[in-house]
Design a protein around this ligand. Structure first.
Ligand code: SAH
Length: 235
């Protein structure tokens, strides 16, 4: 009689600790949204809601999982990083998304930014140039149930012509110039957010809005990003 009782007790404690852990991650996310995002001026309700629900700790390597909700970027392997939560929120808000939008992201990395977008729009297409990262993001997004995200391994410079045009495009690597194919894959009225290097060695996040084949350019903020690379299929 004693063994089943101990088993049940043990199972109870186990389930209880899983629930407590889940709650503590939820609390970390609420604190992250309040202290890092709202406090710094992020206002878009749907961006804030997505950041409250997407489990960022599932997108970082196990050994640094405790730092998942910290106020900085984190390494994700292959010399790449998952952006700081504030930058993810700022770029997302800057795209001025609607629930029916079709969005292209260049630089899948961990898949976290794609997951945030997936909570807010109807479909997300994302391209990653490093094979390892592309395939782990596919597995991760799949196991977390993000079935409106399509991931492709390739050079995002060329965009995703078969799926164009897009309502919004986000590039999450610092580019020397705005790739021309991405401009042509933007819908009329579409928005693109991209970090671009300037002549003085700085990188600025800019927003391009397409109106009747004309582009409006706004400089949003100075930023730091891993570089946009080209056609390296030997990883
Ligand atoms: N959005 C990611 C973080 C991006 S880090 C996340 O949420 O985790 C930038 C990513 O862009 C890196 O993974 C890098 O490999 C990728 N990248 C760089 N140049 C690229 C290109 N030309 N096409 C596609 N991906 C590229």
């Amino acid at each position: 009689m004693r063994i089943p009782y101990l088993l049940i007790l043990g199972f109870g404690i186990f389930i209880n600790s899983v629930i407590v852990a889940q709650e503590s991650e939820e609390i970390e996310r609420i604190n992250m949204v309040n202290r890092q995002l709202i406090a710094r001026g992020i206002k878009d309700p749907s961006t804030l809601e997505a950041m409250r629900v997407v489990p960022r700790h599932k997108f970082v390597p196990n050994k640094i999982v405790k730092q998942a909700y910290n106020d900085h970027a984190l390494p994700i392997g292959n010399d790449q990083t998952i952006s700081q939560p504030y930058i993810v929120a700022f770029m997302t808000e800057s795209l001025k998304l609607s629930p029916t939008d079709k969005v292209l992201e260049i630089g899948t990395g961990s898949g976290y930014q794609a997951a945030v977008l997936a909570k807010m729009v109807s479909s997300v297409y994302t391209i990653e140039i490093i094979k390892n990262l592309a395939y782990s993001a596919i597995g991760r997004l799949d196991s977390l149930g993000y079935n409106n995200v399509m991931v492709k391994w390739g050079d995002g410079y060329h965009g995703w012509p078969e799926e164009a045009p897009f309502d919004a495009i986000m590039v999450t690597a610092g580019a020397e110039e705005v790739p021309k194919p991405l401009i042509s894959q933007l819908k009329n009225g579409g928005r693109m957010v991209i970090p671009v290097d300037d002549k003085d060695g700085g990188t600025y996040l800019i927003r391009l809005t397409k109106h009747d084949e004309k582009l409006k350019k706004e400089i949003l903020a100075p930023v730091r990003f891993v570089p946009f690379t080209r056609d390296k299929r030997n990883h």
